[in-house]
Structures are given as structure tokens and as C-alpha cells.
Design a protein around this ligand. Structure first.
Ligand code: ZN
Length: 116
């Protein structure tokens, strides 16, 4: 089997990871109108997260794993990629091979959290 025939590796994340950890890893944001934006910066503010996209929109969302955005991200629901954010193909490729599982995958925990 030739190297190029292999499928790209899939990444698995748990469904119950908090939104902040998920978008910190993926760096993509699905807006309500179906656009997928690239995240430039994100900052955790208590139970909320402040997000700035590459098209320079800043907004604050709840750090909830059950929010609309979290669900859309997990289900990979989006129409178009934002033309201003210019999300690179490799990032979209990586995202498209990411799967979210309930019982399997990384919990995206920081070192301190790993001990139960
Ligand atoms: Zn954008």
C-alpha cells in the first residue's frame, strides 16, 4: 500500500468537552448565518468566552458544550467559509477529519486536570 493511498488520520474528541477547549483546538467558528469563520483570538472570561474572528468580529458567548455553536461545530454544519477570514485548506481538512464521540476520544484536558 502506497503512502498516498492512506486516508488522512482522524482525530477524535469527546462530545462533552467544553466549548472553549473545543474552539481553542479547532480555531473555527460557525456563525448563525452558516458561515464558518477563523478564530484569531479567544479569551476565557469566567463562564463566557470572548472570540475575535479573522474578519474582526468580536463577540462573547457562553462557554457551554450544549450551545448552538458547539452543536454546529460537532455536527460540522456550515454553508460557506467566510471569504474574509480565508481559512486555510489544511485547517478545513483537519476539521473535516475530526470526529466527536460520546465515549471515545480526547477530553482535551490540561495537564493539571488529567488526574481524575
Ligand atoms: Zn470571518
Amino acid at each position: 500500500m502506497k503512502e498516498k493511498d492512506k486516508e488522512p488520520p482522524k482525530r477524535y474528541y469527546r462530545k462533552r468537552v467544553e466549548l472553549y477547549k473545543m474552539i481553542d483546538k479547532i480555531k473555527l467558528w460557525p456563525s448563525r448565518n452558516g458561515r464558518l469563520h477563523g478564530i484569531k483570538t479567544l479569551e476565557k472570561l469566567g463562564e463566557q468566552v470572548r472570540i475575535t474572528t479573522h474578519c474582526d468580529k468580536t463577540f462573547i458567548v457562553n462557554n457551554s458544550r450544549n450551545s448552538r455553536a458547539a452543536r454546529w461545530l460537532r455536527n460540522q454544519w456550515f454553508g460557506k467559509v467566510c471569504p474574509i477570514c480565508k481559512v486555510p485548506d489544511w485547517k478545513l481538512e483537519k476539521y473535516s477529519t475530526t470526529r466527536f464521540k460520546r465515549h471515545y476520544g480526547s477530553l482535551l484536558l490540561s495537564e493539571g486536570q488529567k488526574k481524575d
